[in-house]
Design a protein around this ligand. Structure first.
Ligand code: ZN
Ligand code: ZN
Length: 331
């Protein structure tokens, strides 16, 4: 989710011009891709996504259109850098990409499954590492308190140990500010994670990154940057029905962290929208026509809530007071 919480405090951003220095530019990358002609949503416009991440005139980053973008257009896709199924769906979705499994084999109910050889191969490193430890105490800690984010930290730790990720993977993201109560709860989680690894045959050297500071720093970033993933299904791959479906869809299949989508700022009347069709690959779509240079924003919360509820959610969940046009007009 977005990072530039503080820009909400400033007056509405002026449209940035070409003098703004891009922080990231997009050519081709495995993590971000724009629509191709085969995609059918953006005919005749292959190439890098029509966006750039730039500093706003206040402090912080934002995502800006580099050309006119039409209503319904697929702006870009993004693969998660970190994802994990919900504990309630863990045996119903792919342990790697969160795609719903066609059949659930009850004899395998204690084990996780993958949707494809590709996902199994991709997950091999962290999954092998995870299988070496006993997670019952850690999972109980998450389940009894209704915590979902420590599962992402566990996966990241396993990815780092298997050299599938660097320990500083999420450092670029903004951390949440934490209350003393949150830190106490996180310290308990850290102790359980650390002892799960210590009780396995994993060496101290492999665990050297796994300090309390690392654990809390990762969790503080996940807390305001993770997206809750609700699959809308391929039937809904058009704008209006996907909006309806995302409101009606069943419980989240899991949570994931992305890089580029995390740079989008919040607006209670957003011009962009993020949807998931069949797995954790995110699709950013334009909700209305966007001009070149205009900032693209998504809504972090349920936009149908009233003004006071939105302010409360944003303040408690994300630590900022929203000054978007809709909030300023009291809607
Ligand atoms: Zn999969
Ligand atoms: Zn607002």
């Amino acid at each position: 989710m977005g990072l530039v919480r503080y820009s909400r405090w400033a007056s509405r951003l002026k449209t940035l011009n070409s003098q703004t220095k891009p922080l990231l530019s997009f050519s081709s990358s495995s993590s971000f891709s724009s629509a191709t002609t085969a995609d059918n949503e953006n005919p005749g416009r292959p190439g890098p996504p029509p966006i750039r991440v730039a500093l706003t005139e206040s402090f912080g980053r934002g995502v800006f259109a580099t050309r006119k973008i039409e209503t319904g257009e697929l702006i870009h896709t993004a693969k998660p850098v970190l994802s994990h199924p919900s504990l309630s769906t863990i045996h119903k979705v792919c342990y790697c990409c969160l795609r719903k499994l066609k059949t659930t084999d009850s004899s395998q109910a204690q084990r996780v499954s993958f949707c494809s050889d590709e996902c199994q191969r991709q997950a091999k490193g962290f999954h092998d590492m995870e299988m070496r430890a006993d997670w019952s105490a850690y999972d109980d800690y998450c389940r009894s308190r209704g915590l979902k984010y420590p599962l992402l930290v566990k996966r990241l730790a396993c990815m780092v140990m298997s050299r599938a990720a660097f320990a500083n993977l999420l450092d670029i993201l903004q951390p949440a500010s934490l209350s003393p109560e949150m830190i106490v709860e996180m310290e308990e989680g850290f102790g359980l994670l650390r002892s799960a690894f210590e009780n396995s045959n994993i060496t101290g050297e492999q665990m050297s990154f796994l300090t309390k500071q690392w654990y809390i720093g990762v969790l503080a970033r996940i807390r305001i940057n993770a997206f809750r993933i609700e699959l809308v299904g391929a039937l809904y791959d058009d704008l209006l029905s996907s909006l309806a479906a995302s409101i009606e869809s069943e419980a989240a299949v899991g949570n994931a962290v992305y890089m580029l989508p995390s740079f989008y700022n919040h607006d209670c009347d957003p011009n962009a929208h993020i949807i998931w069709i069949e797995n954790a690959d995110a699709r950013l779509k334009a909700l209305r026509d966007v001009d070149e240079g205009e900032e693209l924003r998504i809504c972090y919360i349920d936009a149908s809530m009233d003004h006071d509820a939105r302010q409360s959610f944003l303040s408690h969940g994300f630590g900022f007071q929203c000054n978007c046009h809709r909030c300023l007009t009291g809607d």
